[in-house]
Design a protein around this ligand. Structure first.
Ligand code: PMP
Length: 314
């Protein structure tokens, strides 16, 4: 999906023009992948734009940084304020928000400590990740021949740029073989997650998802789905899942900021359930979209109003 420019990007505390948000080719991050980032959605609601689970995303940004010994030179509150200000300044009503913390230009050795820490936040209009139709009909996916990183290689709980080299291998393999996404297993062969989203399956009325120990990113959408299941009194279990549980599931769906809640209709050309969105997936999807669009009362405090008008731009 081609990127649609916004007007401003927040760079180390200042608003700069979109086209000026550049870094040097010898910045540490360019050579060694030393960045951590977030992906957040701002939804159009009747009360104006609202950011979904802002506090949780910013908390994960700080968690990722801590794992990589990166000190963000701003507080959590400053980052939250910067995000809201940026959406206001760009006058966007619905958008994707991308905070990035990176090791910048200054020293070129592998040792990251001498390189400066730069913080950028971008936002831009963005539609449905796997297509509008996917939300209803479901997607055709495969199990990847690439495993997710083993626990003692890269920390999966950190949302680090370098992890996405693994994601790219999973995604490319899926695409060139005619699938829209790949599901990665752990190095032990159990279910982990998609290239950029968590996975859930439903069998005999119970919802299952792999635990954090299965080399997953602890998704904020995943946490939301677990909460919604509990509210709806649908049993939900975090458990190590063998690959074959995918094939014999009644329903499978992805959960993530980009894919939102997207049903899976086939895996490795095996039809999942009846080959279309199942009733539990539909129920969770409905609850989720009710929550993010503010159409249901935000009793969970998941939305932070940006405070600005209302023309839909994404
Ligand atoms: N796993 C991976 C590898 C991801 O990139 C993402 C997207 N951030 C997720 C899971 C889902 O996380 P979230 O729901 O917080 O977007």
């Amino acid at each position: 999906m081609p990127l649609t420019k916004a007007s401003k990007i927040w760079a180390n505390g200042k608003m700069i023009d979109w086209d000026d948000a550049k870094i040097h080719v010898l910045a540490h991050v360019v050579n060694y992948g030393s960045s951590i980032f977030e992906g957040i959605r701002c939804y159009h609601t009747s009360k104006g734009p609202a950011v979904f689970r802002l506090g949780e995303h910013v908390e994960r940004l700080f968690d990722s940084s801590k794992i990589y010994r990166i000190e963000i030179p701003f507080s959590r509150a400053q980052v939250c304020d910067a995000i809201l200000e940026l959406v206001r300044v760009n006058k966007l009503d619905a958008c994707y928000i991308r905070p990035i913390v990176l090791r910048g230009y200054g020293d070129i050795g592998v040792n990251p400590f001498p390189s400066p820490i730069d913080v950028f936040i971008a936002c831009y209009p963005w539609g449905k990740y796997l297509g509008e139709e996917a939300l209803e009909k479901g997607v055709d996916v495969c199990v990847s021949s690439w495993a997710r990183m083993a626990p003692n290689t890269f920390p999966a709980m950190a949302k680090a740029g370098a992890n996405y080299m693994n994601s790219q291998l999973i995604k490319m393999e899926a695409l060139v073989n005619g699938y829209s996404e790949g599901i990665a297993l752990t190095t032990e062969g159990n279910v982990s997650e998609g290239s950029g989203e968590n996975i859930f399956l439903v069998r005999q009325g119970v919802v299952y998802t792999p635990p954090v120990g299965s080399s997953i990113l602890p998704g904020i959408t995943r946490a939301s789905v677990i909460q919604l299941c509990r509210e709806a009194e649908i049993p939900v279990i975090e458990r190590v899942l063998p690959r074959e549980m995918l094939y014999i599931a009644d329903e499978v769906f992805f959960a993530g900021t980009a894919v939102e809640i997207t049903p899976v209709r086939t895996i490795d050309r095996i039809t999942i359930g009846v080959g279309k969105r199942g009733p539990i997936t539909e129920k969770i999807q409905k609850m989720f979209f009710g929550a993010v669009t503010g159409n249901t009362l935000d009793s969970r405090n998941w939305l932070t109003l940006v405070g600005q008008p209302t023309v839909v731009s994404a």
